[in-house]
Design a protein around this ligand. Structure first.
Ligand SMILES: [Zn+2]
Length: 107
């Protein structure tokens, strides 16, 4: 993998390492340290870390902003290689719960 082409017009959702499944353990620990305990009523796991200009939860990995939701997805073994948009089923912009998201192209 060469890192792919960049067209300069990508949102943070597209700007992430190609293989999040190899994120270092301490980074994953740091990720979960930036979340609130899961809300027992909504099931949401709210983010208390950084947000980008569009209000998306992000972390910085090797100096690049990475979607926090994708880190959560990677951590539970979901495929995160696709560059597509991720939507929140719960419509909670703070939520990074991997079970509350789906790919935009999945109907
Ligand atoms: Zn949620």
């Amino acid at each position: 993998m060469s890192g792919g082409e960049q067209n300069g017009d990508e949102s943070v959702e597209h700007n992430w390492p190609t293989n999040l499944s190899t994120l270092p353990e301490e980074f994953i620990v740091c990720f979960w340290a930036n979340t609130e305990p899961r809300d027992e009523f909504t099931g949401c796991t709210d983010w208390r870390g950084q947000y980008d200009d569009e209000g998306q939860p992000i972390m910085h990995y090797k100096g690049r902003p990475v979607s926090a939701v994708r880190i959560a997805m990677a951590d539970v073994g979901m495929p995160v290689y696709e560059p597509g948009m991720v939507l929140k089923k719960c419509r909670n912009s703070r939520c990074v719960d991997p079970w509350h998201v789906r790919w935009a192209y999945e109907n």
